[in-house]
Write a protein that binds this ligand. Structure first.
Ligand code: CA
Length: 233
């Protein structure tokens, strides 16, 4: 894959310049927008590979930018926001954002998030060519057709819920999934009770999947927000 084009949506000049300089230094191509309506327009006319999106824009809420882009595109969107409240991140993720970064951020962190997203993009683009009924991530394998998961070629003895949970995370590798998103997909609803159950299932799944559950290799916890399956090398 060629170096991707990033659409930087940010009304704050110094922050925008920091992002642009970082992208230039690492040979990424970029486009910019300083308003939400402009962002939606540039996204539709130039079809960038990844969007960096500030949530607090002068003309509209960044979450509405996500909703508009999601009405016609799955392009990865990384929310970059000064709002530290989990609620805003959750709203953005539930609207279809792929990841989030809280300001102030380090340039290294920005680049790390971008790499994760680009890997996810490559994975998504590969789906059409390869046999998508088989998932491989490090020592983890999932045979979707057979309904079995393997670790180091040994079958994992998962309960139906654990298996469903593992598949949901695997199909969204690299993407942060909120508690609400996961519980809605597993149980078709989201009550506080389900989020408590989700934690329990996550503990039992990790015991079977992770060799060291305290330093997970596959499933990353985003405290107060949700979980993400990491692509291991
Ligand atoms: Ca702003």
């Amino acid at each position: 894959m060629n170096k991707p084009t990033i659409l930087v949506v940010e009304d704050d000049g110094p922050v925008r310049n920091l992002m642009i300089t970082t992208l230039k230094t690492h040979n990424y191509k970029y486009l910019t927008a300083t308003q939400g309506s402009e962002a939606v327009m540039v996204a539709s006319s130039h079809n960038p590979d990844v969007v960096f999106l500030d949530l607090g824009l002068p003309d509209m809420d960044g979450v509405d930018v996500i909703r508009q882009i999601r009405s016609w595109s799955n392009m990865p969107i990384i929310v970059i926001s000064a709002r530290s409240e989990d609620e805003d991140k959750i709203t953005a993720l539930d609207a279809g954002a792929d990841d989030y970064l809280t300001k102030p951020f380090s340039v290294d962190e920005l680049l790390a998030r971008l790499r994760v997203t680009v890997r996810r993009l490559a994975l998504m683009n590969n789906d059409g060519n390869t046999d998508s009924s088989l998932y491989t991530n490090g020592a983890l394998k999932i045979d979707y057709a057979a309904g079995c998961a393997y670790l180091n070629d040994e079958e994992l003895r998962l309960t139906p819920i654990e298996y469903k949970l593992l598949c949901l995370l695997a199909r969204n590798t690299g993407k942060v999934l909120t508690h609400t998103y996961i519980t809605q997909n597993i149980w078709g609803q989201s009550w506080d009770n389900d989020i408590a159950s989700l934690r329990v299932f996550m503990v039992t799944l990790r015991k079977k999947l992770e060799s060291a559950p305290n330093t997970p290799q596959y499933i990353q916890t985003h405290i107060g927000i949700g979980y993400r399956m990491i692509k291991t090398e």
